[in-house]
Ligand binder design. Structure first.
Ligand code: NAP
Length: 283
C-alpha cells in the first residue's frame, strides 16, 4: 500500500510568503492591514495576535484596534467609515464572531469592498460567483492554494464540499467551480451523506463536528481536506477521523493543514487589495 501524503499548510504557506516578499520588494509603498477586535474572546484574541504577527513578519504595516465588548454598533460603523476613507489603510478586517448586540451583516456590508480582505462583502461574494476580479474568503482560497501547491488537479474532477457556511463551504464551492471542478455542496440536510462523500475524488470537509467523516465515507485514493477545528478536552481535532489515512491518497493534518493557509491568504489579500485599489482594476 502506498503511503498517504500529508498536505502541509506551513510548507505551502512559506512558498506563498516567498512570492509575497518578492512582490513587496517591487512596490513603492508598504501595504497596511487594520484588524478590529471587540471584547476578549480567547480564540479571537489568539487569531488576531497571529494575524498581526504574520503581517509584521512579512513586512506589512499592521495595527490592531481593540474595543470593549459592549461597543455600540453605530460606533463600530463610524470607525469602519473612517478607515474606508483612510488612504493609508489597504485592508480592514473585523474579527468574527461579533457580540450579539451587533448585526454582523451590517458591519460586513459597511467595509469598503476594496478593503474587504476577508472577502465577505456582498459585492465580493457576487464577484466570486460571477467570475470577476475581487477579494475572496481566506480559508477557501487557502484550500485551493494548498491543493495547487501539492499538484492536485481540480479541472474536471469530482469534488464534494461538506458544509455550506458563508465563510467556508459556499465560497469553497464557488472557487472550486472557478477551477473547473464538478462541485457538490453537501450539508446537514443532505440525504445519505456518506454515499455522497464517496463520490469525491477531492473531499473538502468544513462542518465543525469532530471525526464526523469516517473511513467508509472516503473513496479509495481520494484527496481529503479537513477544514474543521474542534477543541475537545484541550486538543484540536479535525472533522475527519484519522482512520481515513488508510484509504485517502492525501490528507491535511489538523492542526498544520488548512489553518496556516488561511492566515497566509489574508496577507495575500492585503497585498491584492493594495494593488487593486491603486491600479483601479477593481471598480
Ligand atoms: P458553520 O458556520 O457552523 O457551518 C457548518 C456547516 O456544516 C453548515 O453548513 C452545516 O449545515 C454543516 N453541518 C453541520 N452538521 C452537519 C452534519 N452532521 N452533516 C453534514 N453537514 C453538517 O461552520 P464554519 O464556519 O463553516 O466552520 C466549519 C469548521 O471549519 C469549524 O470546525 C471551524 O472551526 C473550521 N474553520 C477552520 C478554519 C481554518 O482556518 N482552519 C477557518 C474557518 C473555519 P447546515 O447549513 O445545513 O446547518
Amino acid at each position: 500500500m502506498t503511503e498517504t501524503r500529508l498536505l502541509l499548510g506551513h510548507a505551502a504557506a512559506e512558498a506563498l510568503y516567498g512570492e509575497l516578499r518578492e512582490t513587496l520588494r517591487t512596490l513603492p509603498f508598504v501595504p497596511s492591514l487594520r484588524v478590529l477586535r471587540l471584547g476578549e474572546d480567547p480564540a479571537s484574541v489568539a487569531y488576531v495576535r497571529l494575524k498581526d504577527k504574520r503581517a509584521r513578519e512579512l513586512g506589512l504595516k499592521s495595527a490592531v484596534e481593540v474595543y470593549p465588548h459592549d461597543l455600540p454598533e453605530e460606533a463600530l460603523l463610524e470607525r469602519i467609515a473612517e478607515l474606508n476613507g483612510d488612504e493609508g489603510v489597504d485592508g480592514i478586517l473585523v474579527q468574527l464572531p461579533l457580540p450579539p448586540h451587533i448585526r454582523t451583516e451590517r458591519v460586513l456590508e459597511a467595509i469598503s469592498p476594496l478593503k474587504d480582505v476577508d472577502g465577505f462583502h456582498p459585492v465580493n461574494v457576487g464577484r466570486l460567483w460571477s467570475g470577476g476580479e475581487g477579494l475572496f474568503p481566506c480559508t477557501p482560497l487557502g484550500v485551493v492554494r494548498l491543493l495547487k501547491h501539492y499538484g492536485v488537479e481540480l479541472r474536471g474532477r469530482e469534488v464534494v464540499v461538506i458544509g455550506r457556511s458563508n465563510i467556508v463551504g459556499k465560497p469553497m464551492a464557488g472557487l472550486l467551480l472557478r477551477e473547473d471542478a464538478t462541485v457538490t455542496l453537501a450539508h446537514s440536510r443532505t440525504q445519505d451523506l456518506p454515499q455522497v462523500a464517496r463520490r469525491a475524488e477531492v473531499l473538502v470537509v468544513a462542518v465543525g463536528r469532530p471525526y464526523l467523516v469516517r473511513r467508509d465515507w472516503v473513496r479509495p485514493g481520494a484527496v481529503v481536506v479537513d477544514v474543521g477545528v474542534n477543541r475537545v478536552d484541550g486538543r484540536l481535532l479535525g472533522d475527519v477521523h484519522p482512520e481515513v489515512a488508510e484509504v485517502a491518497s492525501a490528507l491535511t493534518p489538523v492542526p498544520g493543514g488548512v489553518g496556516p493557509m488561511t492566515v497566509a491568504m489574508l496577507m495575500a489579500n492585503t497585498v491584492k487589495a493594495a494593488l487593486l485599489r491603486r491600479h483601479g482594476a477593481f471598480r
